[in-house]
Design a protein around this ligand. Structure first.
Ligand SMILES: Cc1ncc(COP(=O)(O)O)c(C=O)c1O
Length: 430
């Protein structure tokens, strides 16, 4: 399955040889290393990207969901050129940050906002804020949920074994993760068991409100509501990590489910591909931040380029109307996969949420990480390399999802489905 990819990408292979001598695995993020070697890209425009060999791909990865507006959106290009003429970073507060705070406050129904640059920073700070507010140490996370690359939450993100606490990186001391407790997604009892035992020591329950790092696994609404009630009983804060979901539905998962968590984090798509993240929530909780109170700092926090990009993205591009068009294209794609399943009699389950969707190579929709783990990854990799060699990046990895941007069109979806049909027929025929 890899031979076509290897034939088409000799320059990527050669760059990998050079890069891996200077950068571990030749990449800047572990997640971008896909054996045998990563794809090295040079540019993107609209719904497409180009690699160093001159191959063009229709991009459905969209920078792991960071590009809900597609590549090089003309409105953003114009606004950023103008902004850059007046400096990229000022070292004092940038006045337009207040405009952005107001936009986020209204759109995501939060009282107060602070800005950082990455999703990792946002979830790290959200936990610190929750601990400072509650004066408690422990936190609950869910198996299969990813919240970035910091020590306390790199626990049971993608464990192979069941029932054990599993740290996902070398170099993380046991002492640091002893306060991280792990529950099962969509299993209220697993949360209740932990809370009834340790509830008075638990500062927060953090979750991806729609799990998007094990494909897409929506929560049962009764499960979510049960957790909110339980948390209230024990004074535990709920943190929705909306780094992905916040840019895939107009007002994120909080808006979609009509829930108001104590804190939310945002990142990825909200700044049109520039680094900007948000920690936001109830006023009395956010008020613990401050000099000689709870630390939150960063040279690049709310840098003017990201702030302007976010204002333009949220007010002019990711509008309610544009989401409506995106959802239509998204349904077209998932319906196309569902039709293929019938035509080809192949075990695939397609699912969508907001601007995203995915396929599981199974005849069931997984409801938690254990069910997700049972699916054979090898078929996904066959599918991925074949799709790639035929000019479609379907998503970034077997646990990721596609993102439909405001610059995708019907032709992109039709092309995706034509290639998928060819690829799935090939997989079926062995
Ligand atoms: C739900 C979620 N939270 C946090 C992060 C971390 O964001 P970043 O990669 O910007 O640090 C990610 C990244 O994929 C994510 O999916």
């Amino acid at each position: 399955m890899l031979s076509e990819y290897v034939k088409k990408t000799p320059k990527s292979l050669s760059l990998y040889g050079i890069a891996s001598r200077m950068m571990p695995y030749g990449v800047s993020s572990n997640y971008r290393y896909l054996p045998p070697y990563p794809l090295y890209l040079v540019k993107g425009k609209g719904s497409k990207v180009w690699d160093v060999d001159g191959n063009v791909y229709i991009d459905f990865n969209m920078a792991y969901g960071a590009l809900g507006i597609g590549h090089s959106h003309p409105k953003l290009v114009k606004a950023l050129k103008e902004r850059f003429e007046n400096s990229s970073i000022l070292g004092f507060e940038f006045a337009d940050t207040i405009k952005l705070a107001k936009i986020i406050k209204i759109r995501y129904n939060v009282d107060m906002v602070r800005f950082s640059s990455t999703g990792t920073e946002a979830t790290m700070h959200a936990i610190r804020i929750a601990r400072a507010y509650t004066k408690r140490k422990k936190i609950i996370k869910f198996e299969g949920h990813y919240h970035g690359s910091h020590d306390q939450l790199l626990v049971n993100v993608s464990p192979d074994k069941e029932g054990e606490k599993s740290v996902c990186s070398h170099g993380i001391p046991e002492d640091i993760v002893k306060y991280t407790l792990v529950a099962e997604w969509n299993n209220y009892d697993s949360v209740e068991r932990i809370v009834r035992k340790d509830g008075n020591d638990i500062a927060a329950i953090i979750m991806e409100p729609v799990a998007m790092n094990m494909g897409i696994i929506e929560p049962d609404v009764s499960f979510l509501k049960g957790i909110f009630n339980l948390a209230k009983e024990y004074g535990i804060l709920i943190i929705f990590d909306e780094v992905k979901t916040g840019g895939k539905y107009y007002s994120g998962a909080s808006g979609y489910y009509g829930l108001k968590p104590d804190l939310i984090t945002l990142g990825k798509a909200i700044a049109g591909g520039l680094p900007l993240s948000v920690i936001a929530g109830r006023k009395e909780i956010m008020s613990v931040i401050g000099p000689e109170k709870t630390a939150h700092g960063g040279t690049f926090n709310a840098n003017p380029l990201s702030v302007v990009a976010s204002i333009v993205t949220l007010t002019q591009i990711l509008t309610q109307d544009s989401f409506y068009e995106v959802y239509k294209l998204n349904s077209l794609l998932s319906k196309g996969y569902k039709d293929l399943v019938e035509d080809l009699d192949i075990d695939i389950t397609a699912v969508t949420w907001g601007a995203s969707g995915t396929i599981f190579f199974s005849n069931y929709l997984p409801r938690n990480y254990r069910e997700f783990l049972r699916i054979d990854k090898r078929i996904w990799y066959k599918y991925f390399w074949l799709m790639l060699s035929k000019g479609i990046i379907p998503m970034a990895d077997y646990d990721e999802e596609w993102t439909i941007s405001t610059q995708h069109n019907k032709e992109d979806i039709i092309k995706h489905l034509e290639v998928a049909e060819e690829v799935l027929r090939k997989i079926k025929s062995g």
